[in-house]
Structure formats: C-alpha cells, structure tokens
Design a protein around this ligand. Structure first.
Ligand SMILES: Nc1ncnc2c1ncn2[C@@H]1O[C@H](COP(=O)(O)OP(=O)(O)O)[C@@H](O)[C@H]1O
Ligand SMILES: [Mg+2]
Length: 223
C-alpha cells in the first residue's frame, strides 16, 4: 500500500502573496478521511489564508487543491477544485468571526441550509435536534441568538456547519472567542461527543480523536 490511501484533500505546492508579501510558500499536505488535523503557527503565519483557499474564498497564486468529489453519476472521484465556488465544495467552514443570522432563533439558524436544499421538514427536525444535542444546546432551540453567550453562539455555529454532513469541516480557531472556563467546558463536550461516536451521523467528526498536530505552517513559514 502506498502512504496516500484514503486521502480526502491533497494540497500541492500552494503559494499565496498579498501584494509583494508572500504569505504561503510551497505548502503541500494531505488529509485522510476521519483525520483531525490541526494547523499550528503564530498569528499572521497564514493559517486562515490556507483555510480560505481550501474553502474556495481565495484563489491560490500557484499550486492546486484536490478533493474527493461525488460526481453526478454517484461515483466518487478526485478532482482539482480550482474555480469551484465555496457553496459547491464538499465542506463547511466555521470562521474565526462566525456570523449567525441575528433575526433567526437557534433552531432556524441551524436548519437554514437544509431548508435551502429542500430537505423534508421531518428530516430537518431530526437532524437539527441531533446536532443540538451533540453541542449540548438542546434547551436553547427557541432562543434568539443575540441572547446567547459567546460560547453558546460558537456551539450554534458549529452545529450549523455539521448539520449539513459535509465531507470536510474546517474550523478556524473555533475556541478562540471563548474564555478559559468555556474552552475547558467545550473540551469536555468534545469528549462526550466522542462517546456518542457510532450512534450518531455526526460521528464522522471525531473531535479530539485521531488528533495529529501538524506543525507544517510553522516549520515552513519560519522566517
Ligand atoms: N486580504 C488580505 N490582504 C492583504 N493581506 C492579507 C489579507 N489576508 C491576510 N493577509 C495577511 O496575510 C498574513 C497571514 O494572515 P492570516 O492567514 O490571517 O494569518 P493567521 O490566520 O495565521 O493568523 C497576515 O500578514 C495578514 O495580514
Ligand atoms: Mg487566522
């Protein structure tokens, strides 16, 4: 067997500059199915820039991003995603500054994407309730998002992303907005959700599990 089986994202020789400032230089990495990969590096080293390119919000100057792709015929292929807009990529992103819809309650924030896709109401209900449970927000479904704490809003943002069951979930510093106590609580939650693995469709997101700390950015962008 080669070392590259079960790859879901393959990034090859990616570079990106803003003006004359090169932020990413010749980045290559691959991510396997079921893996939880962390990009570690100081502020400003290009972590968000890399995520935005994977998500499709930013185009690389050089290099390519390959992703596993379910084509219309129901077959899975591996393709270059250059030029494919964010909403068509098989992933969801929770950004550092996550934006919930302020005019919708918790339930409708999470259900929004499924409604757009025309998922039947009964199925929406089941899926929304499952992810609410996963992030321990079951008692908050009718709440106005403005009335929630930062940590609770963060959980809703994560629930909103995982309810779509994307192949890949990108989280940009998902705990950065939280205070220390809240971070500890969320880490406990991640252990709980790991116990739920196997019972829940969201079990493909193995929080805290299979964790591989990837120091790639820090190593390669060291100046
Ligand atoms: N749209 C942009 N225009 C100009 N410079 C940018 C832009 N986005 C990011 N940068 C710069 O690129 C560098 C990397 O930023 P970023 O990817 O946000 O870092 P990190 O997420 O690792 O903190 C920073 O110096 C930042 O100022
Ligand atoms: Mg960042």
């Amino acid at each position: 067997m080669s070392g590259k089986e079960n790859i879901i994202i393959d990034i090859e020789h990616l570079s990106k500059s803003f003006g004359d400032k090169q932020v990413l230089k010749d980045i290559s990495l691959y991510i396997r199915k079921g893996e939880f990969v962390t990009l570690l590096g100081p502020s400003g080293c290009g972590k968000t820039t890399l995520l935005r390119m994977i998500a499709g919000f930013l185009q690389p100057d050089e290099g390519k991003i390959m992703m596993e792709w379910d084509n219309r015929g129901g077959k899975t292929e591996f393709r270059d995603v250059a030029g494919i807009p964010p909403h068509q990529r098989p992933l969801n992103t929770v950004f550092q500054r996550y934006a919930l819809f302020p005019h919708l309650d918790v339930y409708d924030n999470i259900a929004f994407g499924l409604k757009l896709k025309g998922v039947p109401k009964d199925e929406i209900d089941i899926r929304v309730r499952k992810v609410l449970k996963l992030v321990s927000m079951s008692d908050y479904e009718d709440r106005d998002v403005d009335s929630l704490s930062g940590g609770q809003q963060q959980r809703v943002a994560i629930a909103r992303a995982i309810v779509n069951q994307p192949k890949v979930l990108l989280l940009d510093e998902p705990l950065a907005a939280l205070d220390l106590k809240m971070r500890q609580d969320m880490q406990t939650e991640r252990h709980h959700s790991r116990d739920e693995r196997g019972k829940d469709p969201a079990d493909r997101y193995p929080y805290g599990h299979l964790q591989r700390t990837c120091q790639l950015l820090r190593r390669r962008l060291h100046r």
